[in-house]
Ligand binder design. Structure first.
Ligand code: GSH
Length: 347
């Protein structure tokens, strides 16, 4: 075991098949933050502190006491990195635009991931490839006799965990239709960007990018769909992977009063699928129900309650409440008629 001394640099443990790892690597590259990427086989050689929850990615940096600490959850980590490193920020200056950024990032992380996990493990072809590859990234020196049983075990385990994100035969058509719509919306929207909120990338681009690295560039079913339907989105994902040379113009983000029409399509999509999922999930958690039963996009939706996503709703409401009155009114105007406003109605 090697002592974990990264000489003041940030270390990130993760793997290529993890959308949130890809999200954060792209953030670090764009922000030009020096880092060490500890892929599985490398991280195993270090004596690393344990995080509260075992998740990919896990970040390691010195805590208040100077000791290395293990930190998880990409959304707060992005905000923490803003404090630790200045310049090339990915949080828009205007609180109204920053709120939209946060909302879209959350949709990417929490809804688009349903499509990512669904397409990876729902159809045989994708599940076989996922099983084939997942253990390999951490065991490139292992012999086939060792990897094959791992492939089978991972595949079985993940197929049995599809319920966690709400992927099942009832919800499959809802998830798949939402993936197609997202591709179509991005295909149109990025042509005025190229980023979601202007000519400068923000957290939500990286959230979408992370999930799309898997959907458009790894799993065969959603990848074929993207290549055929929206090749421009495929190219966009490639571009996002390393934005170290991109500019960060002061005036790069859209002004609150000149948001492009295509952005409202994305907001409507969030209202169409993510909002009802969030509300029904939180209601189920509050009442202690053991299933979430609701209608999403006019179709039946059923899943096991997901406690983390109830917290996501609380955080979204806190972000909305933190806006000052004028900004909140502005946000209200932008989200009016998208159903997103349902998240913030007073009980
Ligand atoms: N909210 C977390 C989610 C991270 C996450 O769910 N990571 C997945 C892999 S992409 C994971 O580690 N899942 C647990 C597992 O695979 O055992 C974040 O934004 O970082």
């Amino acid at each position: 075991m090697k002592e974990a001394d990264f000489e003041g640099q940030i270390a990130i443990k993760g793997s290529p098949g993890s959308p949130y790892t890809r999200k954060m690597l792209a953030v670090l590259r764009y922000r030009r933050i020096p880092y060490r990427y500890l892929q599985t086989q490398i991280s195993a050689q270090y004596d690393l502190p344990a995080a509260k929850v075992v998740l990919q990615p896990t970040f390691y940096w010195p805590g208040r006491d100077g000791e290395l600490e293990a930190v998880v959850d990409s959304t707060p980590i992005i905000r923490e990195l803003e404090v630790m490193y200045h310049g090339r920020s990915i949080i828009p200056n205007d609180p109204v635009v920053a709120f939209l950024d946060y909302l879209i990032e959350d949709y990417a992380d929490e809804w688009v991931t349903k499509a990512m996990f669904h397409y990876r493990w729902h159809f045989d072809k994708d599940a076989t490839q996922g099983g084939l590859m997942l253990p390999r990234w951490g065991h490139v020196t292992s012999q086939e006799e060792k990897i094959s049983p791992m492939s089978d075990a991972i595949r079985d385990r993940q197929v049995n965990r599809l319920y966690v994100v709400g992927s099942n035969d009832t919800t499959a058509p809802v998830i798949e239709a939402s993936y197609l719509r997202l591709l179509d919306i991005l295909d149109t929207h990025i042509r005025s960007g190229p980023y979601v909120l202007g000519s400068r990338p923000s957290a939500c681009d990286f959230g979408l990018y992370g999930q799309l690295t898997q959907l458009t560039h790894f799993d065969p079913t959603p990848m074929a769909i993207c290549l055929e339907r929206t090749p421009q989105v495929f190219a966009w994902v490639d571009m996002l992977s390393d934005l170290s040379g991109e500019f960060a113009p002061e005036d790069g983000w859209y002004e609150r009063d000149v948001l492009p029409e295509t952005l409202s399509l994305l907001l409507q999509e969030i209202g169409r699928v993510y909002v009802p999922a969030l509300l029904a999930n939180s209601a189920a958690i509050e009442t202690g129900a053991d299933t979430v039963q609701t209608t999403i996009d006019g179709q039946e939706w059923t899943q096991t309650p997901f406690p983390y996503q109830a917290r996501c709703l609380t955080w979204l409401r806190q972000a909305y409440a933190r806006l000052d009155e004028g900004d909140r009114e502005y946000v209200d105007d932008i989200i009016a008629g998208t159903s997103i406003e349902m998240l913030f109605v007073k009980p």
